[in-house]
Design a protein around this ligand. Sequence first.
Ligand code: IYT
Ligand code: CU
Ligand code: CU
Length: 286
Amino acid sequence: SDTYFCMPVRVPTDEEAYVVDFKPRANMDTVHHMLLFGCKMPFSNENYCFCNLNCGTAKGTCRDEASIMYAWARNAPPTKLPKNVGFRIGGDTGIRYFVLQVHYGDINAFRGKNRICLGADLVTDVVQPLIAGIYLLMSIDTVIQPGKKVVDADIACAYKKYPMFPFAYRVHTHHLGQVVSGYRVRNGKWTLIGRQSPQLPQAFYPANNPMEVKFGDILAARCVFTGEGKTTTTYIGSTSNDEMCNFYIMYYMEAENAIPFMNCIQDGNPELFQSIPQEANIPIPV
Ligand code: IYT
Ligand code: CU
Ligand code: CU
């Protein structure tokens, strides 16, 4: 159940191009979830490999930094990119490969018949006025004491770039995560980008409010964990016995100033988080 397949596919052109749509064709009976990454160099040039066994090292998607572009999860509605929005690939981006990571619920379901199809309706050389990107807020130092009922992991960073417009979000934790919420904070006012249970399918969901994030705003996220029922301390790490706290924002920016990937790993200031809306600690029924 912890087996992940990684399938690299060469981007069809060396010129600048745009990913404008995704059409997941997963079999819901066998595939649990899929993530699509853009890479300069994939870990393997085989048709497929086992991401964390023989693709290279742990995770095994890219040799360089992987940039996530899409997530599909069983029983979640697929996200669409808004009109005139595309992920930039090829050309100066250096992104020459897609790597699809597939998690099968049952490894026996894999028959070596997987394909990635890149149609002209999905990848285009038509210049897009708006460029999609990912902003990742993640905790790197959360510690969950055994038996502790509620552990909040708070992350926040000042935003100091050209305006960006969030349109989708994704949350990720392992088993101990109860709810994850992300906000824009402007002049002390918290506006929800999205709030979800990490125990529901971890796809990108549409953002709660259409909004602009501009220079001087703060981006903030809280993951709520529980140590109840545990007998050992849990740290951030990559196995299913460890935890993670991730809030991904999928946004677009005007092409001239677009940045494809940003992240925030800074602990949130406790004073700031005193005013986080109470909903951030209300569990979501699963
Ligand atoms: C330690 C941690 O939280 N890892 C996350 C976030 C992460 C994603 C990427 C960290 C780095 C990355 O290059 I892409 I450094 C993590 O591994 N998240 C998983 C997937 O690996 C993307 C997830 O499902 O969100
Ligand atoms: Cu999965
Ligand atoms: Cu994880």
